[in-house]
Design a protein around this ligand. Structure first.
Ligand SMILES: *Cc1c(COP(=O)(O)O)cnc(C)c1O
Length: 403
């Protein structure tokens, strides 16, 4: 690793960047065996809803320790399915966190119900159970917790609230495949857990998603919902030699293809290694940044083992003579592909216009947002890549240090 000095010119000011090519904040790793498994499907009889769908679902359920897994065409479709299975309908409310991707709240709107936000805890930026409890009304039907950055939410406290008020607890686990909560695997804890297979997530299928659950009624609803509301699938009918089918509810075509499921199966085999690699990179960052006062590292509670979808640091305004926007620009100029997760959902124009949010409603999330920068984090990163990130952040901290 290079030793940097405060005299070193930043790339944003015309200096030499710490690396010559852009390091993205996240990306997939596709190897020969992944490619071969897709090619095999392309030569087979089934491109969609064939044997790979069931194989992927079974392997996934086994991996997370759930009874059922139902695949969807995206994480967003899977969230929509979970909102449907939870019974959300017009007049109902579902409480979620503002510190997430818009899809977490949008799925409530798809069902004609109303998303209600509750502020987050300052350490993990996950739903604060006390703030959550204060938002429960007679109209509340579900809670959608998010495992921000891959750190599991306060699931026991949330499940206890859910039990007390008769609510369905959905975990948006799109960040946390491979994480553990009190020794239990994410995907086996909440009533339904939702995953995404977008290329920046732990398992990539292009687009894709999954809902896991232990409840047979939820699994049945989810399967119908993703297939037009039809009560059996094409392969089942062919196997049974039947032409008859019935549409029993208004569903969608949210099916995941056999092509994608073959890729997912192949990727799932590497999940353990990939999560382990993400934990190594996180440990490397944490070691380097613990002593750097301009950066606040993500906190990890003692009862979880995060999956590190993201490594979001907060730029400490007390130690810097500039703002997050400038640090962001300067890191990009160093060819470090940083990002910001997230603009709190209620601050998006659609939510402001529709629900009248003006900012200031969820101060913990809003303050964090002003300071957050997601550093590159993906399992294909080399130690050298991580050291480039550390060098760039260190260089900037020295440059912008408050006198
Ligand atoms: C990625 C993501 C989603 C959406 O998943 P897609 O597969 O992109 O539709 C939803 N919620 C969170 C928290 C995510 O990170």
């Amino acid at each position: 690793m290079q030793i940097t000095s405060s005299k070193e010119l930043l790339a944003v000011d015309g200096g030499t960047p710490v690396r010559s090519t852009l390091l993205p904040y996240g990306r997939q790793s596709i190897e020969e065996d992944d490619i071969q498994s897709v090619v095999d499907v392309l030569r087979s009889d089934w491109l969609t809803t064939g044997p790979k769908v069931g194989e992927f679902e079974e392997a996934f359920a086994a991996r997370v320790g759930a009874k059922y897994a139902v695949s969807f065409s995206s994480g967003t479709a899977a969230l929509h399915g979970a909102a449907f299975a939870a019974g959300l309908k017009p007049g109902d409310e579902a409480i979620t966190t503002p510190m997430t991707f818009a899809a977490t709240a949008n799925c409530v709107l798809y069902q004609g119900a109303t998303p209600i936000f509750a502020d987050v805890s300052a350490d993990t930026l996950n739903l604060d159970p006390e703030k959550l409890a204060a938002r429960i009304t007679a109209r509340t039907r579900a809670i959608i917790a998010v495992d921000y950055a891959g750190h599991p939410a306060d699931l026991d406290a949330i499940l206890e609230l859910g039990a007390r008020h008769g609510l369905v607890v959905i975990e948006d686990a799109c960040h946390s495949l491979g994480a553990e909560y009190k020794g239990r695997r994410v995907g086996s804890v909440a009533h339904m857990s939702v995953f995404s297979f977008h290329p920046v997530k732990h398992v990539a299928t292009g687009e894709g998603g999954m809902v896991t659950t232990d409840r047979a009624d939820f699994a049945e609803s989810l399967r119908r919902f993703r297939n037009h509301g039809i009560s059996s699938d094409a392969r089942q009918r062919q196997a049974e030699g039947q032409w008859f089918y019935e549409m029993v509810l208004l569903g969608f075509n949210y099916r995941l293809t056999d092509i994608a499921c073959a890729l997912g199966l192949s990727q799932l085999k590497k999940l353990e290694t990939n999560v382990a690699r993400r934990r190594e990179i996180a440990a490397r960052y944490t070691r380097a940044f613990r002593s750097l006062s301009c950066v606040i590292i993500p906190s990890v509670r003692s009862n979880v083992n995060p999956a590190w979808h993201l490594y979001p640091v907060r730029m400490n305004p007390a130690q810097l003579n500039t703002d997050r926007a400038q640090v962001f620009r300067a890191l990009r100029a160093e060819n470090i592909g940083v990002n910001v997760h997230y603009i709190p959902v209620h601050l998006h124009p659609y939510y402001r216009d529709r629900f009248g949010y003006r900012g200031g409603e969820y101060p913990v999330a809003e303050t964090a947002y002003e300071q957050l920068i997601s550093l590159p984090m993906f399992h294909g990163m080399s130690d050298q890549d991580a050291d480039n990130v550390i060098a760039a952040v260190t260089k900037l901290c020295e440059h912008y240090r408050k006198a």
